[in-house]
Design a protein around this ligand. Structure first.
Ligand code: ADQ
Length: 444
């Protein structure tokens, strides 16, 4: 079997395992166990200048090769272009993108430097699988250096219609970059249709035929196990006791403007305003660890959420009831899994999301005999495969309130039937089937 080289902006910490490992590491676990492999990318640390040769850590059949980023490169490539321009644009939020020519140049420069560092380490029959929007140009840079290995690219975030994407300066160059990859993967059929049309419009019809949807998933059985075992943990029990029989509504998201948090809080406020029966009977826990604190929009979002929490609790709290509990600290996966199992409603309302794994984790965590209800944005990539969810338009707080009311009032029989409808996709469109399908296409 040929070696698998995973190229990602952020390489996981070789010391992290299981509960602390990042999302991509968990999703690729199966692929990495089955063959010799290498992680290649940014170490997560900055230095005076971007390193030319990677640091290597070897763990059995898995090698970690990482580079520190220079401070200027970090600012231009990572904060400036990847997070400041591509992230909002790919999530349909053009107005938030702040394009600066030097950031774009920095972005291309880091991609070229990464390719130059990896090229000498490659073996002729390696499979090179590059991940996400930080690395559009990476494959073409490798080709420029004469690397002829099979190359795949997977985009974890949405791809918008061309009419929107083409407003991005240098959009055509970024699309031409994709033509260097033998397989171009996206999350959903909608993303695939958008990307194919974009490629065709810029004269890359041949590359358009290499685009396919590979919906990412989770290891549902493992997550179910985590959630079940969590029930006996002291922290889960303390939390359960603190609910004193009240129905739990739960949200789990990185602090990000794509996740629709202000609109979600407005929806919960509408529930309390319009459906007074739930006052004192429901408790909403939102777990939202801070991310990308060095981007201005994330700091102002944080202030906006702080205000919402104060306003809702100030207006509706009782001496013995807090309507909205809000945490910005990260929570360990096993603890989170246990909280999800206790939740009567999983509230997942991103304005746009490539897939959204929290929706799938919430379904996996439920007790099949007495499951909770998933309230899900129709703009999450997960929506088409979860027919048992109550779908909402995340921009409409009244619709969120109505769905919350329906979910909180739903009889057990209907909850069980809806859970059953969600089950096949969560168990079958798994992390393992995702990586296997993608690798099969690459080996094609
Ligand atoms: P994200 O935008 O990070 O991922 P998501 O798919 O929901 O979004 O994955 C987040 C992961 O982090 C989940 O496994 C979740 O449990 C975990 N997580 C979230 N909040 C946490 C907290 N407070 N504490 C601990 N863990 C937490 C990007 C795309 C998605 C796409 C994934 C995978 O934006 O659309 O689904 O990649 O392709």
């Amino acid at each position: 079997m040929s070696r698998l080289v995973i190229v990602a902006n952020r390489v996981p910490d070789p010391k992290a395992r299981g509960a602390t490992a990042g999302g991509l590491a968990v999703a690729l676990q199966d692929a990495l166990q089955r063959r010799e492999a290498m992680w290649f990318g940014w170490s997560g640390q900055t230095a005076e200048a971007t390193a030319a040769t990677p640091e290597e850590v070897v763990k059995g059949r898995l090698t970690y090769a990482t580079l520190h980023l220079g401070q200027t490169d970090y600012r231009r490539y990572y904060t400036g272009f990847a997070n400041g321009v591509l992230w909002p644009t790919l999530h349909y939020r053009l107005g938030l993108a702040q394009f600066r020519r030097e950031d774009y140049t920095g972005y291309r420069g880091v991609n070229a430097a990464f390719a130059a560092a990896l090229a000498p380490m490659l073996r002729p029959d390696d499979l090179v699988w590059t991940h996400d929007f930080h690395l559009f140009p990476f494959g073409r840079e490798l080709r420029r250096l004469g690397c002829e290995q099979r190359q795949g690219f997977f985009l974890h975030v949405p791809f918008p219609p061309f009419g929107l994407f083409c407003a991005l300066p240098r959009a055509e160059e970024l699309l031409a970059d994709l033509a260097a990859y033998d397989v171009i993967g996206v999350q959903t059929e909608d993303d695939a249709a958008n990307l194919r049309a974009a490629l065709e419009t810029v004269g890359e019809g041949e590359a358009a035929r290499r685009v396919a949807a590979f919906p990412v998933g989770i290891d549902a059985e493992a997550f179910r196990g985590l959630a079940e075992r969590a029930l006996v943990r002291a922290d889960s029990r303390r939390f359960e006791q603190s609910l004193v029989g009240r129905a739990l509504v739960m949200g789990v998201d990185r602090l990000d403007y794509t996740k629709g948090l202000p609109q979600r809080f407005a929806g919960y406020a509408q529930l309390l305003a319009r459906f007074a029966a739930h006052r004192g009977r429901a408790t909403y826990l939102q777990v939202t660890p801070v991310s990308r604190g060095d981007v201005a929009q994330y700091r102002s979002l944080r202030r906006e959420l702080d205000e919402w929490v104060g306003r809702i609790n100030g207006q509706y709290a009782e001496p013995d009831w807090v309507p909205l509990r809000y945490m910005t600290r990260p929570v360990q996966r096993p603890v989170l899994a246990g909280f999800m199992r206790l939740a009567r409603v999983g509230l997942v309302t991103p304005l746009r999301d490539g897939m959204n794994l929290v929706a799938k984790e919430y379904v996996a965590a439920q007790d099949p005999a007495d499951p909770g209800v998933l309230v899900l944005s129709r703009f999450a990539g997960a929506a088409p495969s979860l027919p048992g969810a109550l779908l909402v338009n995340p921009l409409d707080p009244d619709e969120i309130a109505e769905s919350l009311d329906a979910a909180l009032s739903m009889p057990q029989e209907e909850r069980a039937a809806r859970w059953e409808a969600n089950r096949p996709a969560v168990w079958e469109e798994s992390a393992r089937s995702w990586s296997r399908a993608f690798l099969a296409a690459m080996e094609g």
